[in-house]
Each structure stands twice: as C-alpha cells, then as structure tokens.
Design a protein around this ligand. Structure first.
Ligand code: ZN
Ligand code: ZN
Length: 254
C-alpha cells in the first residue's frame, strides 16, 4: 500500500492511497494540475484513481471536487449530508455515491469504513482504508479525538491525523477572539498536544508504526514545533512525517 499526502492545510487538502493498481483520493481541495504534478514526481499514474472520498464540505476539502471527478472520470463518495451540502459546487454531471457513515464500502482492493468526527460541518467523517492485512486511517478537521475515532483507528499501521495548532500560539496569535474559540471548540481543530495524546494511545495499544501530521496552521503552528510536541508524547514509538500546504509529503510504502 502506498500513501502520500499531496497537500494539507486550510488552502487545500488531498491524500493519495494506492494498492494493487487501485488508487483513491481522500478530499479534493487541490487542483487537477497540482495532483497530476505531485503524482508525476512519484512516478504514479493518475489513471489509477478510481474514486474520490470527501470528508466534509468545507472548501479546502472539496473546492476541486467537480473538476477532479471529471478529469479522473471517477465517482465522488461522501456521507449523504456531506454530498448534499456540496451539491451547489457541482455541475450535476458527476457520479455521486452517498453512504451511511459506518457502513463498509468495497472499492477495488480496498475496504473502506467511515467514522463520525466532531467538526462544524453537515456530517463530517474520517476514513479507515484496509487492503489485505494493511490499514491506513485519516482524520483531519476534528475538534476532539473521541473514543469512536480511537477505536476506528486502532488497527491502523499508518494514520493521517491533524496537528492544527499550538495552543499558546493560537491564544496569543492574531486571530479574532470568535475564530480562536471556534478552532479550540469541540467542533474545531486538534492542537499538537491533542494529536500527540491520541497517537500515543494508538501506539501503546495498536499497530501504529507511522503518522502524518496534517492540516498545520500557517499562523498558529510551526512544523518543527508540531513535530517536537507530538514526539514528546510518542516517545519514539512511531515515526512521524510532516505534511505541507504547497508540496507533497514523503511517500510511505507499507
Ligand atoms: Zn480543513
Ligand atoms: Zn473543516
């Protein structure tokens, strides 16, 4: 299984996962050109992409959904209310595959299970992607790591989890008070510490071997600070990889 976060942050998100000739994108917040270019640098064929899965309807996760679905000629998957909420941005010709959260989907070699997350969107979810013995989990844009999220990610070897902000930088930073409250709320975004705590628990109890730190704020975080904070919780029990807004992450092969 091959995993690469093609871009991550409040200006656009998309993650590529491939196994045995079937690939999916999770989220569609990057342009077709950008996705194609990032895949080319890895020697990966864009035509392998067979589906696009959306986590929620915020623009940084779906603003290119219509264009990517058309260019890759593949369906858009999302929870029923997520797809309803982003319908205004679609042309009407896309193939939509709404699902009930928690219900397993089969797609090529993949078994895909969605799980609910707390975030200020219509019906947001994270994903567990399994192929054979291998599992990858993704949860970005969530205010808290609930027990349901931890249970859903328990079998993962690789997790993409957000480390959005450093709490002190957010508190003392330039954002207006209301926005700071929104980010810190149960339906906002995870701090570095919350991300570290969750990954530490997964590493202690589960199979976790590597994690991508995703959706880092450019205003309220710094990559080395996110890495150091999470590392303090993990204590070397899993390898950590950064993700970037303007370039892809490393490609992980598992
Ligand atoms: Zn987002
Ligand atoms: Zn969001």
């Amino acid at each position: 299984m091959r995993v690469c976060v093609l871009g991550s942050g409040s200006s656009g998100n998309s993650t590529f996962i491939e196994h045995g000739g079937t690939a999916i994108l999770i989220d569609a917040g990057l342009s077709y050109l950008r996705v194609r270019q990032e895949l080319e640098t890895l020697g990966l064929e864009p035509r392998l992409i067979k589906a696009i899965l959306i986590t929620h309807e915020h623009g940084d996760h779906c603003c290119e959904a219509s264009s990517l679905a058309r260019r890759f000629n593949c369906p858009l998957y999302g929870s029923r209310r997520t797809l309803a909420a982003l319908r205004w941005s679609l042309s009407g010709s896309e193939e939509l595959r709404p699902f009930e959260i928690g219900k397993e989907l089969e797609l090529g070699n993949f078994r895909i299970t969605s799980f609910p997350v707390f975030h200020d969107a219509a019906e947001p979810c994270g994903y567990l992607i399994t192929s054979g013995e291998r599992s990858v989990g993704l949860a970005t844009d969530l205010g808290v790591v609930s027990r349901a999220v931890l249970d859903s990610l328990a079998s993962c070897e690789v997790v993409v989890l957000e480390a959005n902000h450093d709490l002190e930088m957010l508190k003392t930073g330039p954002y207006p008070w209301e926005l700071k409250q929104r980010i810190r709320s149960e339906v906002g975004h995870l701090s570095n510490a919350a991300c570290g705590e969750a990954l530490a628990e997964l590493a202690r109890k589960g199979q976790l071997r590597a994690a991508f730190l995703a959706h880092l704020s450019r205003t309220n975080n710094r990559p080395e600070l996110a890495l150091q904070t999470v590392q303090n919780y993990l204590d070397g029990r899993a390898e950590l990889h950064l993700t970037w807004q303007d370039r892809r992450s490393e490609l992980l092969i598992l």
